[in-house]
Design a binder for this molecule. Sequence first.
Ligand SMILES: [Fe+2]
Ligand SMILES: [Fe+2]
Length: 286
Amino acid sequence: MHCAQKMTHNIYWIGSNDWTTERFENLFPIPNGVSYNSYFIDDEKTCVVDSVDAEIREEYFDNLTYLLNGRDLDYIIVNHMEPDHCQTLLETLERYPNCKMVGNATTFRMFEQFYNSPKPDQYYTVKEGDEICLGKHTLVSYTMPMVHWPEVTCTYEKSTGTLFSADAFGTFGTVNGNIFADQTDFIATYEDEARRYYTNIVGKYGPQVQNAIRKVSGLDIKRIAPLHGPIWRTPETIDYILHKYLHWSSYTAEKKGVVIAFGSMYGNTRAIAQQLAKQLSKRGVT
Ligand SMILES: [Fe+2]
Ligand SMILES: [Fe+2]
């Protein structure tokens, strides 16, 4: 059953949620689940921006089939080759043999390494600044190396000011009907998970994040569509997440305070840690 949602002029969210996986990438606990976002652009040429994890394969193909309504798929933009977005890529290319897979040389190399099924006739290579015209919509590709994999790109759609930002600006936690951040109480519901997502997934690459933000800062961004979590579409929410990313990528604390980390074999270090906490508290330190 399709469950696509309209994002803006002929652009649809065709993602879905994963409530059952306990650890994202088999590593990070996700008690609130995660969404895998994918997008469909309905124009003279049809286009998908990133595919999805195998966990939501059925919903993705149901959404895509519904929106294509019998037409062929012309392009699939691959902003990121990580399997949580590409486990359905090969099947997409095989279901739609006329579809061009848009990426860079590293994208195609990774695709062949992962899936052992080269599709050179379907490769469509883009470089920094290259444009693809779908009709009313025009897509521009920008490289975003090491945010957080080497092949990563983001794609800007000019007519709607939509930035498809790959994993950047994403969040752990499912999107429950409300696909836009401004429809949610984001700070109460998602902010901790957004911070944990940033720290776990992208946190190591602070300078690269800052370079990416600098690169897109000249664009007229009206919405940011990441690959996980809610979409940013109001000036307030876009400003909020850009500032969070600038802050987090600078490795400076959001609040002044002290963390005491300790391990204790026989309880002596534990006693010292507690004494230290007490003494700091007496001095007004949180
Ligand atoms: Fe990723
Ligand atoms: Fe991802």
